[in-house]
Design a protein around this ligand. Structure first.
Ligand code: C2E
Ligand code: CA
Ligand code: CA
Length: 571
């Protein structure tokens, strides 16, 4: 075969002819594979680089067919057709980037151009000039992997997830099919992170990801959405039940502990489920709704799954509406403070009150209760501006009362986002000073939730304020972790027991006993005890008998305007 091939002649007779020089040049071209094929697509020329690029030696390649050597199966018919069209109809094959196959079966990325020689004869010869693209291809692949993989967990990242969802939508969307996504969020992960440190937090995320990943069913895709949030795509379901089954399977994965060094850590997750097409037709909407359902799962007590529902969708609409209207409310001056007095249980005197925010929208809508708009504001920076306004307003009021001869302490509610502000303490001090007040004139109410999330800087700041005489209360005590241990760690002066305990206490022995226990521990830690939500005389009597220091509630007074609250105080 080789001896009668004019491109691979062993003879060196016309060594100095131009043709021979070009042949030598082409034969030795680095990184450019040049192959020649006869009209049956049999190899008639195979340069040195072809050996390197495709792995076949010249001897192995010569005489074999193009499609047997380097064309992947799925391209064979197409290539044969293209070759035929060129030979018979003169349609050239355009240059393009191709993924061909090497000797071992692996992919060989090349940029391929083609030339036909002796086109109008009986023996047309096609030459392929393939520039080796492996390095570029690998670099590009690495970049692509990096851009679509989360480095901590090795899972696909959010970007990949979004394109995956587009893909599934285009596949499923064509037919009557359904698919579902699970939005999985770890419960209390922040606490783990805070107690164990970030390194262990990262390891936990890694272990959780690995466990979920190794329990995926065929076709399911798991991605890290961000932080401690994961999204699982179930590519085909026939009913909501199918999605629920997968969600239960995921929840079950958290039953056994994760070992971190010498510690075994237990953690649970909350899952929101949204389905295509009923809950959304775009990736963004599906994700948003699954996320909302996840929040609902958390609100219902965590470690559970929750479908996106129309009720949830209504609730979101209300929140969106509030959010839209809330935006201009501050500059429009739509807020005011009302004050609810706190009674000393021993002698029924009053020396302080709690400031509560009221919003009366200017658009004529009814007053919106804070339970509705505060959570919405807390999702944006609005709560910070509202908090600033409350502080300013409260200080102005206390200062006015002082001028009128009243010494009234006002307790304000502080949300977590406010406390997180780097200049919170500075700006608090500055405001107090600007109104000529001292730390005793103000109190801060913080929920357990906020205190638990606080870092050393915040705790130090609060401690300094307490030491300078400011009242610091732990609010809604009993609704969160209620760890008595925390009570001695947090720099607080007052413990405010949540309304829920008081409601049942007189009738329900268990609530009564709990209340009594909290009071006794609180007193042991030298904290002043406040009950809120006292609505009946019976409750008031009951609390007094427990030695509770202060009480607040409708039985004593509803929250009232600044003018009205003064009547409770003695000049
Ligand atoms: P909170 O701090 O626990 O405030 C006490 C809530 O209980 C107030 O509701 C008050 O009107 C209500 N209340 C008082 N006595 C009774 C009673 O005897 N029975 C019943 N059923 N309720 C009673 P309000 O004013 O609707 O405030 C709700 C929540 O909104 C507050 O709970 C607080 O978490 C938040 N909030 C109010 N004002 C502010 C504020 O200025 N800033 C922040 N961050 N949150 C605020
Ligand atoms: Ca409060
Ligand atoms: Ca409270």
């Amino acid at each position: 075969m080789r001896s009668d091939n004019r491109y691979h002649s062993d003879s060196t007779t016309d060594e100095d002819s131009v043709e021979s020089l070009f042949l030598q040049l082409i034969d030795a071209l680095p990184k450019v594979s040049v192959q020649g094929y006869d009209k049956h697509r049999r190899v008639i020329y195979w340069n040195q680089s072809s050996e390197e690029v495709y792995g076949y030696t010249r001897e192995e390649a010569l005489g074999r067919k193009l499609e047997e050597l380097i064309i992947p199966d799925h391209m064979i018919d197409g290539v044969i057709q293209l070759h035929r069209d060129w030979v018979e109809k003169g349609v050239p094959i355009p240059s393009s980037e191709l993924l061909l196959t090497g000797k071992g079966g692996g992919p060989v990325p090349v940029f391929s151009s083609h030339v036909m020689l002796k086109q109008h004869t009986d023996s047309p010869e096609m030459f392929c000039i393939d520039v080796d693209f492996r390095e570029q291809y690998e670099a590009r692949e690495t970049l692509r992997r990096m851009a679509t993989t989360d480095p901590l967990t090795d899972l696909p990242n959010r970007r990949y997830l979004e394109s995956e969802l587009e893909k599934v939508i285009s596949q499923v969307g064509a037919g009557p099919g359904e698919f579902a996504i699970l939005f999985i969020d770890l419960d209390m992960f922040k606490d783990v992170n805070d107690t164990l440190g970030h390194t262990w937090g990262d390891r936990l995320l890694h272990s959780v990801a690995a466990r979920m990943q190794s329990n995926l069913a065929d076709g399911e895709v798991l991605a890290r959405f961000g932080g401690d949030e994961f999204v699982l795509v179930i590519p085909r379901i026939s009913s909501a039940n199918d999605a629920q089954t997968v969600a239960m399977r995921v929840l079950d994965l958290f039953r056994s502990s994760f070992s971190l060094g010498s510690e075994n850590v237990y953690i649970t997750s909350s899952i929101g489920i949204s389905r295509y097409p009923v809950d959304g037709q775009q990736p963004e909407e599906l994700l948003k709704n699954a996320d909302a359902a996840m929040y609902q799962a958390k609100e219902s007590g965590r470690n559970r799954c929750q479908f996106f529902t129309s009720a949830l969708s209504d609730k979101l609409r209300v929140q969106r509406d509030i959010s839209n209207r809330l935006h201009r409310s501050l500059e429009n001056g739509e807020f005011e403070l009302v004050y609810q007095p706190q009674f000393e249980m021993n002698d029924q005197t009053v020396s302080s009150c709690e400031a509560l925010l009221r919003w009366r929208p200017r658009d004529g809508g009814p007053a919106v209760p804070p339970d509705l708009f505060i959570p919405v504001a807390e999702r944006s920076d609005l709560i910070i501006h509202m908090g600033d306004w409350v502080l300013e307003q409260a200080c102005a009021q206390v200062s006015q009362w002082k001028k009128d001869g009243f010494n009234i302490r006002v307790d304000i509610n502080v949300s977590g986002k406010q406390l997180e502000q780097a200049d919170f303490f500075e700006s608090l001090d500055a405001t107090i000073a600007r109104f000529g007040l001292s730390p005793e004139d103000l109190g801060l109410e913080l929920t357990e939730h906020v205190l638990i999330r606080s870092n050393d800087r915040m705790l130090d700041g609060l401690r300094a304020l307490r030491d300078r005489g400011m009242t610091i209360s732990i609010d809604d005590f009993g609704t969160g972790y209620s760890s008595l241990n925390y009570l001695k760690v947090f720099p607080i002066t007052h413990l405010k027991i949540d309304r829920s305990f008081v409601v049942e206490a007189p009738e329900n022995d268990l609530d009564g006993a709990l209340l009594e226990a909290i009071v006794s521990v609180g007193h042991g830690l030298r904290l002043e005890i406040v009950v809120e939500g006292v609505e009946t005389e019976e409750q008031a009597v009951f609390c007094k008998a427990l030695n509770i220091d202060y009480a607040q509630g409708f039985w004593y007074s509803r929250p009232v305007s600044a003018e009205d609250v003064v009547s409770f105080f003695k000049p």
